[in-house]
Structures are given as C-alpha cells and as structure tokens.
Design a protein around this ligand. Sequence first.
Ligand SMILES: *Cc1c(COP(=O)(O)O)cnc(C)c1O
Length: 450
Amino acid sequence: MMNHTYEQLLEKNKKYLWNPFTQMKEYLQDEPVIIARGKGVKLIDVKGNEYYDGNASVWLNPLGHNRPELNQAIVEQLNQIAHSTLLGAANIPAILLAERLVQITPGRLQKVFYSDSGAEAVEIGLKMAFLYWKHRGRPEKQLFLSMKNGYHGDTLGAVSVGGIDLFHQAFDRLLFPTEKVSYPYPYRFEGTVEECVEACLSELQQKLEEKADHIAGLIVEPMVQGAGGMIMMPSGFLSEVEKLCRQYDVLLLVDEVATGFGRTGKMFASEHEGIEPDIMMVGKKLTGGYLPVAATLTSDEIYDAFYGDFQEAKTFYHGHSYTGNQLGCAVALANLDLYEKENVISHVQEMSKVVERAFRRFDELAHVGEVRQLGLMIGIELVKEKQSKEPYPWEEAMGVKVCRKARDLGMLTRPLGDVVTFMPPLVSTESELKEMVDILYRAIAEVTEG
Ligand SMILES: *Cc1c(COP(=O)(O)O)cnc(C)c1O
C-alpha cells in the first residue's frame, strides 16, 4: 500500500473512486490531498506535506490521530473477536458502552440502540417515535416537526427532516412530508435577538397549536445548526422549545451527532439549558473518530411501549449488520476513558476562551460578516458587503476558495457555502489553536482582499 506514488494513487482515484459531497470534475482537476498518516492534530499526505486537521476530519476526531491508547483498545479487542451479531445476542463492549452512555447523558435517557452512522441513528429515532404513539394507541400522531435549514444526515428519512435546499431539494419527491419551523438566525433576522427568538417561538407554538394532535415529535440540533452554517441558538431558546414540546405532548428528539462529546464546551449541548430529551442521537466523536458507531438513546417510557409478549407484535424490527460492533464499542469506551482522564471538557472550555480572543481581530477583515462560536464549534460567515450583509454570489464559491488557500497555508477544513468552519480536535493546545486561527486569518485576508 505504501509503495504507490501520488500520481499512481490519483490515477486510481480517478478510475475507481467516487468521493462523497464532491464534484469529481473539479476535484480531479485540482491536486487532491491523499492522506497517508495522522499524528496528533495533524494529517500527513502521501507527499509528506503536513496539515492541521482544522475540522477534525469533518467533525469526528476529538483526541488527535494515532492515539496509542485508542490503538491499543482496538488491538486488545481484536485479539478476542472483531464482530458478532447483536440481533438476539450481545457482546461485552456493547453492553458496557451502553451503561456508560446512559450514565453520561441527561437523566431521562435510559436505553441505547446502536447503529453505524449519525443518519441511521436519526432514522431509528424517527421510527421509534412513530411507533411509540402507535403502541400507545395514538396512531394519528404521525408527523414530524423539524427545523428549516436543519441537517440530520443523508439517508432518505434523515433528509426528510432536513432543510438545506442545496442538499435536499433535489430529492423532494422521495421524501415523506414534514412540518418545518424556523431556527433562530439572529445575524440574518431583521430585528433584535429578542425579537428573533420571539418570532421563532411563536411560529413553533402556532404550529403546535394547529397540528400537535398529529405530531409525533420535534427533531432539532440543540444549540447549533451545524451543516446549516454554524447557526447558534440564543440562550434560553432551547429550554423554551422543550417546554412547548411538553405542553403539547410532542416527543423531543435531539440530534447531538455534531454537538455531542464536548464540542460545545459541555459533554452534550443539551446540558447548556438542562433539557431532558426523549430521544438523543449521537455518533461522530463517540469512537474518538476511529470507527463507525452511532447510537440512539431513549427513555424507559419509549422502550416500555415496545416491551411485551411476542404475540403483541411490538418488536422493533430494525437493525444493521454491524450494529454493536465490538471493535467500535471497545474504542468508544477507551475514548470516554480518555475524556475523563484528560479532563477534555474543561480543556475545551479553557481553549474556547483562547480561540474567542484570537478571533477578535477578524473584525478588521472587510468580508467577515460574523464569527459564531460555541465551545470549539466555530463558523465564519463571509459576506460581499459587510454593512448590508450582502452575500457573495454562490457561483463565486468564496468559501471553497478560502479553504483551498488555508490548505496551501497548512490546514484542512471545509466550507458550508460561505461559512468557513473551524472545528479543531478538542485536545488542540493553545499554540496549535493560535496557529490554526492565524492560518484562517491569512487565508480569508488573501482571498477576499487580495
Ligand atoms: C454529521 C451529522 C449527521 C449525520 O451523521 P453521519 O454519520 O454522517 O451519517 C447527523 N446529524 C448531524 C447534526 C450531523 O452533524
């Protein structure tokens, strides 16, 4: 594997590989990065170039690459067994990780259902909520309420509750119908933050007033809409959403796939407002960014609605081949051990102050409309005209150009339209973070003003 040159690998990429979320024509015409190794917060390509992993390998990697403790956990598990099924059977790490997840998540969540990706965890949560009401004798509660501009993954059920037109609109005819309400986006709201919150809450309340009898649940990205552009809820909003769900008897499903495991400065973003969701989806950082394990957590109340004699026909018929994979669960346990041992959450809280200070001088940049940050989850919204907040024409692909420049300067990250994302590994040190932010500053200055 190591003996191939860059040119040979690129040729094979061109011939055999279709990359996700990638326009292959542009990708192959550029000089794509082909990664060979990882070390700490850096990625090293087959030519020997080093880059900061500025988006933690698309929001996954919390503790750095090639961590001996995580590698070791996989090797130890591998010497026992790699995988056996969780369908009608169990395994050691899957059981122990379930216990661990219940311990660290909000109180109402008492049962863990595994899958392999965030999108699947979302599908499972939707199916659970849907059948919960059926088993409870309220089959008319079938609709889902979700947020405009939301993102929950790319499978069709997850796309149905998504709301990013660029990704989702093309599949319209394949999706089940949902109800949508606005997520607060103060930067693009004509009025004060308070008015923005007020408008969104009254829209939600009105929708519930009209349709709650037919709504199974509300699904939301707590505190931050990630793929939608790092859009952040003003404080107080999330707890009001929870109150409305309770008031109208609608299940609250929170998608913590991006925000979970410390990204926003709390173990889970739900903790910022002390909410108690009925269903929570986690994935991404769960395994330290090593292996694909995701999970849907639910309350005992939901679990119990499915619990009964076989003849009652309440079995939850859902599963994937690799559900509860031992290697994945073992590395997830080791990952969570390291979170404790290294006080990762308090490190994130400290570093987020460092990053906030480092971003202050971005105010000077003529084309930075807003820098949004919660913990180490950061989005920089680029605009053509700062005063009027006029966006760049999308064809200009300004976000793409800035990230391409950042790559030349030694850091990899990806844009969401004209929002440049900065999601460093959680263990990044002060000096590493300062260097990464400096690369972003130079990339934005050179591309937008150069
Ligand atoms: C990434 C993401 C997903 C999808 O997870 P996959 O593992 O890519 O399927 C779902 N929800 C949110 C909020 C995400 O950021």
